[in-house]
Write a protein that binds this ligand. Sequence first.
Ligand code: SF4
Ligand code: MG
Length: 277
Amino acid sequence: MADVTQLIHDYLRHNKKFPHVFCAGCGHGIVLGSLIRSVHALGLPKDDVVLVAGIGCSGRMAVYVDFNTVHTTHGRALTFATGIKMANPKLKVICVMGDGDAMSIGGNHLIHAARRNIGVTALILNNQIYGMTGGQCSSATPQGDISMTTPFGSLEKAFDIVDMCKAAGASYVARGTSFHAIQLDRLISSAIMHPGFSVVEVFSPCPTQYGRKNKFRNAVDMYKWLKANTVKVETLKEPDQKPADGRIPIGVFRDVEEPGLEERYFELQRKLMGQNR
Ligand code: SF4
Ligand code: MG
């Protein structure tokens, strides 16, 4: 297999879409690199991979890869991904969304994708803000944090994406960060190969909107914060335990083998066709 670094260099040389649009210090490029490394390490043919993107800075990821790509409407990426997977279950369908896209505007689709356990991988890039549109509060913005629409601090509690996806029925649920890139490769690779609905929440800093408003001096401060304020879930006594010091657990929170909706659907089809012969 060719060296992935060489492949990326060749691609950059011939592709006029680079340099990318992400701001300096943005975590999204790190997640994109992790996704490309994961697909490459798994040896998946590019034609068998579909990247479905929502709207927002994370949605730009679909522009920079040579998979099958669909750039969809705000909050609806999972509905497109569901249709693609049901039509052709052999495809590896990966859906990339931001926190505003997945949890606020598209929150309804997320819980139902989890409930159905459709065989799609959802990468939720959580920068705790609407980045592209200027820094509005999202449903993942922590209570008390400042945004364009909450200049005195948000009065609302943030969703816990991992807890919500587990409660709604997703069969693989993990959380990583843009700081922990090596761990992130493993989480994304496992999610892609998981048969049912797999979710990887990625804390991915937005130094431009969230960072500036919440008194991080620069992107480096944000990555240092991620390093100091995360804890590997396997070091906790109970996986559901929330550390008393407020650190964010990262790792795999659920990994159970359950057939995806598309498998159950085709099983039913086979059964009915057999009965009608
Ligand atoms: Fe990244 Fe934030 Fe810039 Fe968007 S606005 S590219 S999320 S740093
Ligand atoms: Mg966001």
